[in-house]
Structure formats: C-alpha cells, structure tokens
Write a protein that binds this ligand. Structure first.
Ligand SMILES: [Zn+2]
Length: 136
C-alpha cells in the first residue's frame, strides 16, 4: 500500500518488466538440475518421467568420441538407458533423443517454481506465462 494524504493505493507485490531498452542477455546456467528441468525430468530415450535421483546425464555424442559437455550434447537419461547406450553413437544402438538438445532460453523465473522458491502471489503471473507458452 502507498499512503497519500487522501488516498491509499494498492501496489502489486510483483511488477513484470515486459520491455526494457537494454535487457541483459542472460544464459541459463548449465547444471545437472537445469538439464533435468529442460527435459522435464524425462528420459530422452525411453520417455520415462523419473525423480531426480533416478536420472543421469548422457552424452549424445560420447565423450571418448569427442562429445562435449554442453547443452547441445547432454540429455536426461534413466540409468537403464544410460547403461544401454554406454559410449555408442545414437545410430549404432538406435537410441535417439526425443528432442534435439538445445540451450534453454532464459526466463526470469526459470526453474523457480520447480525449486520451491517463489511466492503464492506470483502464481497468477506464472500461470499466465505457462498459458502463453502453450499457445505460442
Ligand atoms: Zn530411459
């Protein structure tokens, strides 16, 4: 609330900045958890959705064949698929990621909800964002 002499204004707790002249280009940090979030905790080979402690990171192009540890070469994998694929190339074992791995676009609230942070009053905005993404 902002108190004036004769008025009281309700002020939103959250302000969403939609346009900004020099929005900094930010990147989603490459972490194990953020890879799981990008892949929606889904094994990219067998489509199983699993809890974090039953998931691994898999190099699509194996490390011993020059594959790097980057957003574009790492996918979420269950232990079983990870073991099955081992250090083989996708076509050798006919195991192809469900989606081509790419670096996720940075969003101000990336992973916030999944990490249990945030505020109840944000839900309205978070849900609106989710809807917008669904229809995009
Ligand atoms: Zn799997």
């Amino acid at each position: 609330m902002i108190h004036g002499i004769r008025v009281m204004l309700r002020v939103p707790k959250i302000v969403v900045l939609a346009i900004y002249d020099k929005l900094p280009r930010l990147e989603v940090k490459f972490t194990r958890r953020n890879v799981f979030l990008r892949d929606h905790f889904t094994c990219q080979y067998c489509s199983k959705v699993l809890p974090e402690n039953q998931l691994n990171l898999d190099h699509v192009m194996p490390r011993d064949k020059g594959g790097r540890t980057t957003w574009e070469n790492i996918v979420t994998s269950c232990f079983r698929c990870n073991t099955r694929k081992a250090n083989k190339l996708s076509h050798e074992v006919n195991m192809h990621p469900l989606r081509k791995p790419v670096a996720p676009r940075w969003r101000p609230l990336y992973g916030l909800r999944e990490n249990g942070l945030g505020d109840e009053s944000w839900n309205h905005f978070l849900l609106a964002e989710k809807e917008a993404r669904k229809s995009a």
